[in-house]
Design a protein around this ligand. Structure first.
Ligand SMILES: C=C(O[C@H]1C=CC=C(C(=O)O)[C@@H]1O)C(=O)O
Length: 356
């Protein structure tokens, strides 16, 4: 179901199952144009950008199929056989950006900001987004693996972060923030995880996200449960601090997700000052990276993941994105290393490595 992805389609694999949507009944280019009511059984699927005022890439698809979760299927690893001819990125500029963010933090302009960088890889021929999707799905059986058209190309990724799901009236939001790269040495890997869980700086970075989510959800929910302590979760490349917030609400999954987006896991605190600092510091347009990817149905059920660990594939180029939360006490070299580690899953699916 996943590798059959073609431009104009939509694929979204979550721990609940795989959604394959194809064909277009209606294209929705702005959040204000999302139909207030859908025909029974119809879905809205696609991408919402980091900047909610920018154009979105949502559709009401013609056909919708659901399949078993990836974790229940055999993993068919299929590396993308591309010959890479060029790689462009500017790690030094990222480090400088972190330094200016630290100055903004010191002057109390913001308490947290998430800064991202871009890595562009060029192959000697056209890339197949369906093959990249398949390679990511073979490596990540438990996360949210997706492909969707952006207008310029296709955004393909494997994100660990669920912004929000709603089934019936049960709402789940699972923010992540505070990270360490994993290690191939099991003892070092366990020690790194324990160090992350005990790190006051990372707990602060995480707490900004959890409290923003609790504040935004509370007025829209009849009940809400916010665990007091974060837990650890692992992807192939990263450890993260994670908090699973549960709530009950009658609002739709899309309305709830929009009330949260962008959280301090991708923007910062306070949000307006952080967004301004991001615009001033980052040298590229985030587009759909750190936006939302998912679906909502006519009953208001749905799942929206944060579009991270992803790349936009257009022709022979893959543009990858990764960011890291900066708070007082962050170290520019460590944040750069964190973004490199976050690139790793996508790069290994491409059969590539970051040039030092
Ligand atoms: C912004 C990204 O990650 C976010 C999600 C999890 C952990 C994060 C962190 O520890 O900085 C980020 O807030 C990214 O992967 O590009």
């Amino acid at each position: 179901m996943l590798t059959g992805y073609r431009r104009g389609g939509f694929r979204f694999a979550s721990p609940a199952g795989v959604l394959a949507a194809d064909g277009v009944v209606e294209r929705i280019g702005a959040l204000g144009a999302v139909p207030a009511a859908l025909d029974a059984g119809a879905l809205v699927v696609g991408l919402i950008p980091f900047d909610p005022a920018a154009a979105c890439a949502l559709t009401v698809p013609e056909t919708v199929r659901w399949g078993a979760p990836l974790a229940e299927l055999p993993a068919a690893a299929r590396p993308v056989r591309a010959r890479w001819v060029r790689q462009e990125g500017d790690p030094a500029a990222y480090r400088d950006g972190v330094r200016s963010a630290l100055a903004a933090l010191a002057s109390d302009e913001v308490s947290k900001v998430v800064l991202a960088r871009e890595l562009a890889l060029t192959a000697d021929g056209p890339l197949d987004p369906g093959a990249v999707l398949g390679a990511l799905a073979a490596r990540d059986r438990d996360g949210y693996v997706f492909a969707a058209p952006t207008g310029r190309g296709d955004l393909v990724g494997a994100t660990p972060e669920l912004l929000l799901s709603r089934r019936g009236d049960l709402v789940v939001s699972n923010p992540l923030a505070g990270s360490r790269p994993r290690s191939a040495d099991p003892a070092l890997d366990r020690a790194t995880a324990a160090e992350l869980l005990a790190s006051a700086k990372d707990r602060r970075e995480h707490a900004y996200v959890v409290s923003a989510i609790a504040d935004a959800l509370s007025p829209l929910c009849a009940t809400i449960d916010v665990p007091a302590e974060p837990e650890l979760i692992a992807t192939e490349a990263m450890w993260h601090l994670s908090t699973r917030v549960t709530a009950t609400s009658e609002a739709t999954a899309l309305d709830l997700a929009l009330a949260l987006h962008p959280t301090p896991a991708v923007c910062g605190t306070p949000a307006d000052a952080a967004r301004e600092l991001i615009t001033r510091t980052e040298t590229f347009d985030r587009g759909f990276y750190s936006g939302l990817v998912g679906w909502c149905d006519s009953a208001g059920d749905g799942e929206w993941a944060v579009a991270l660990r992803c790349g936009e594939i257009a022709g022979d180029t893959a543009r990858l994105f990764a960011g890291a939360g900066i708070v007082a006490g962050s170290d520019p070299d460590a944040e750069l290393a964190e973004t490199s580690a976050k690139f790793r899953t996508f790069l290994s699916a491409l059969g590539a490595e970051e040039n030092a």
